[in-house]
Design a protein around this ligand. Sequence first.
Ligand code: ATP
Length: 317
Amino acid sequence: MRSYSLTAPAKINLYLEILGDRPDEYHELALVLQSIDLADKVDLRSSSTDTIRVRCDYPDVPQNKGNLAYQAAQLMVAEFNHAFAQYGGIEITIHKQIPVAAGLAGGSSNAAAVLVGLDLMWKLGLTQSELQELAAQLGADVPFCIAGGTAIGTGRGDQLSPLPGLDNLYVVVGKYRNLTVSTAWAYQTYRQQFGNSYIADQDLASRAAAVHSGSMVKAINNKDGVQIGQLLHNDLERVVLPAYPQVLQLRQTFQNTGALGAMMSGSGSTVFALCESYNQAQQIQQQVRAAIPNSDLDLWLAKFSSTGILVQSTAKN
Ligand code: ATP
């Protein structure tokens, strides 16, 4: 029996447009998603018990059924009961680097790592699209986290079309440690304030299709970092920035550094600055630290990544 260590990267949204309502109460979205090399490590091992156990040393991350990684294991047990019976219980240990409830899909990426890891551990031989179908049952961001890289996401954000990799760009990611924004609150508030401008049901499919030929996708196809920086977009800023002055201030500080662009990721409260080089990212990190000398502000420097879940190492149990 082998144990696996997997790398589970964070994602940022280069583009997030809310198109309309869906019958399942989610929103119809047009996203451009990007993996970055700020990543958690997820260790998986089999145990002699017949239970699933999850451990995580990070505050506010549940160590029970509330953990998305646990739910991923539960789903695999339900789908592949014969393998569970053969290989025994599952121990999951999550080493957190990705800030929690930050709009960086940390939980989703951990869940994706468990799907990929158990597929290997149980020798199931699932294809990427089979893994993504399972992932979609766990959350809208989980299918993207499997393969990562750069992709368009439509529907709930889980109808994916891969784009060419952009692995020579960098980001400085900033978040106030004690400031979180509820994703549910952000989308509900957006619906209350802007729901009357939603696209009619019959026009949704053509609008979603148009994203494929939109300016952001062209800029990515041309690997044009300057254009990408100018086209960064996130509709949720319209509700989050007025309600959270610290996020607004951080966003403005990033914008004033001379970065290619700055934007909130997902529903926040993380903000990122897009940078053309490692050196620029280092300078911007220092500039922001000097401009906001608040010890509650965490800053990370990360590189765009063209991969999703990766096996870091394997060992015999
Ligand atoms: P998204 O961008 O997909 O909305 P997020 O980055 O905003 O995700 P997460 O870090 O995934 O948010 O955490 C959201 C909530 O989920 C947290 O409040 C946390 O308690 C819970 N959670 C469950 N499992 C995990 C996990 N493995 N890692 C982090 N948070 C988790």
